[in-house]
Design a protein around this ligand. Structure first.
Ligand SMILES: Cc1cc2nc3c(=O)[nH]c(=O)nc-3n(C[C@H](O)[C@H](O)[C@H](O)COP(=O)(O)OP(=O)(O)OC[C@H]3O[C@@H](n4cnc5c(N)ncnc54)[C@H](O)[C@@H]3O)c2cc1C
Length: 440
């Protein structure tokens, strides 16, 4: 039987397509010869078992909101894309125990809403929650503004159900708040970008919702003054729920509706009580003020779109640097952009040292696209020079394939490759992604 016949036999003809173009927010696109939409973890395991036995590459597809081309097919030979969208059941929700179990295709926004409706909170908040799926959030170990206080996705996952080679349905962890019996294979699958297996469900930990959320923000006349304010917020003794920054160029493109004058640098913190609000107002200094969270986060969500709309396209990277190098990194991003004659800005999760360095360009201008690629390579070099990493949030995907070779020692690279070989001996899961070189 051929691949298409096998896929139809497992999920039914209505849920199989040929030659499907798959892309994400990176702008990269590829074609999967076959895409199947299984309805259950058992069907995922049957698809993987067939593909593994027949040397067919396997690509897990979530909500396609990724920024790094992780879902873009990069097959050398036959390949099967497996979309998780029909695995969309909430298996359990137990508000009194602060936990839920959901299938991989459940949207991030659904998890957040269900938590909220029960007085609880699921803190990871990557910026496309209506589109991204929990499986994709786990596979990229997604972050977002509130990870400064609450941590990234893995902090909120107590168990992972997944299909691993050669088609086994396994469970690492579960509805347990602690489990140190084995190696942390739960943690290994989280952030693995679909290169070690397919996540089919997750046990999520929730926490009581904070009683209030009060944004506290302030504008500054220079990057140096803004970064000093970030440090003052850190020294205030309060752990703000968010500690974000936006550089002046993106503020010109999407002027904050609650500010009379566009500053050179904006800092946004979030307090969860009046006491915290008072401490943060004092830390951010003269001119700091608070506003309504709804208005602020709606505006903040539109900044990325405004940057894309400026010239038609943009590349937004996600380098991360140690906190003491944040100011240097923000300045250096602007210098790199200027050297390559690109409209440049950045914004990001200041408290995490995580910058969304953004180069804007006209997609019809081939020379500009090439300058963007060259600028991105310098950006990765900058991250390494400052003791940081090429990715704090989006993962490596196709866009940053191979970039880790300059970041890690030979032994560290080899350890990663050995992990890949142990779990995926044939190198069939999402080939060309994550590990520096393809597994042998
Ligand atoms: C406007 C906007 C703002 C964003 N803001 C943030 C942000 O603040 N922080 C942040 O971290 N990200 C952010 N993102 C990026 C993106 O939303 C996240 O990376 C998200 O977690 C991707 O989820 P997805 O379901 O769309 O995954 P996809 O894009 O479909 O896939 C991403 C990777 O995960 C793999 N994968 C997907 N599902 C599974 C599965 N079930 N099992 C195994 N592997 C799987 C894919 O193969 C691929 O390698 C933003 C994106 C947009 C468009």
């Amino acid at each position: 039987m051929d691949l298409i016949g096998a896929a139809v036999g497992i999920v039914g003809g209505a849920h199989v397509e040929r030659d499907v173009r798959i892309g994400d927010t990176s702008g990269l696109l590829g074609v999967a010869p076959v895409l199947a939409r299984p309805a259950s973890a058992r069907e995922v395991s049957e698809l993987v078992a067939w593909a593994y036995a027949h040397d067919v590459a396997i690509l897990p597809v979530g909500g396609c909101s990724g920024y790094s081309g992780g879902v873009v097919p990069a097959f050398d030979g036959p390949g099967l894309a497996i979309s998780l969208e029909r695995l969309n059941r909430v298996r359990s929700l137990e508000p009194l125990l602060w936990r839920m179990e959901v299938e991989a295709g459940v949207r991030t926004a659904t998890v957040q809403r269900l938590a909220r409706e029960n007085g609880l909170y699921f803190p990871p908040d990557p910026g496309a929650p209506e589109q991204s799926q929990i499986g994709g959030n786990l596979a990229t170990n997604a972050g977002g503004p509130h990870t400064f206080k609450y941590g990234v996705t893995s902090r909120w996952v107590t168990g992972v159900e997944a299909v691993i080679a050669p088609g086994e349905l396994v469970r690492f962890g579960g509805p347990l708040r602690k489990d140190v019996a084995g190696y942390d294979l739960r943690g290994l699958l989280i952030g693995s970008e679909g290169t070690l297996g397919i996540i089919t469900a997750a046990w999520l930990a929730l926490t009581p919702a904070p009683p209030r959320t009060i944004p506290v923000l302030a504008g500054y006349g220079s990057i140096a003054a803004g970064v000093e304010a970030v440090e003052a917020a850190l020294a205030s003794g309060v752990v703000p729920a968010t500690l974000e920054y936006l550089e002046g160029r993106c503020l010109q493109l999407a002027p904050p509706p609650f500010l009379a004058v566009v500053p050179r640098f904006l800092v946004i913190c979030e307090a969860e009580s009046d006491t915290e609000r008072g401490a943060l107002l004092e830390a951010l200094g003269e001119g700091a003020f608070s506003c309504e969270p709804g208005e602020l986060w709606r505006w903040r969500g539109g900044v990325s779109l405004a940057a894309r709309a400026a010239l038609g396209e943009k590349l937004s990277e996600d380098i991360v640097v140690p906190l003491d190098r944040l100011g240097e990194a923000i300045e250096a991003v602007l210098e790199i952009g200027a050297r390559h004659r690109l409209e440049t800005t950045s914004w990001g999760h200041a408290g995490d040292g995580n910058l969304h360095a953004t180069f804007m360009y006209d997609p019809a201008d081939g020379a500009a696209s090439e300058r963007v690629q060259a600028a991105a390579l310098e950006l990765f070099e900058l991250a390494r020079e400052l003791g940081g990493s090429v990715s704090g949030e989006h993962g490596l995907g196709l866009l940053k394939a191979g970039q880790l070779l300059g970041q890690w020692s030979v032994a560290a690279v080899s350890a990663h490759e050995q992990v890949k070989r142990a779990l995926d001996p044939k190198g069939l899961f999402n080939p060309g992604k994550k590990v520096p070189r393809p597994a042998a």
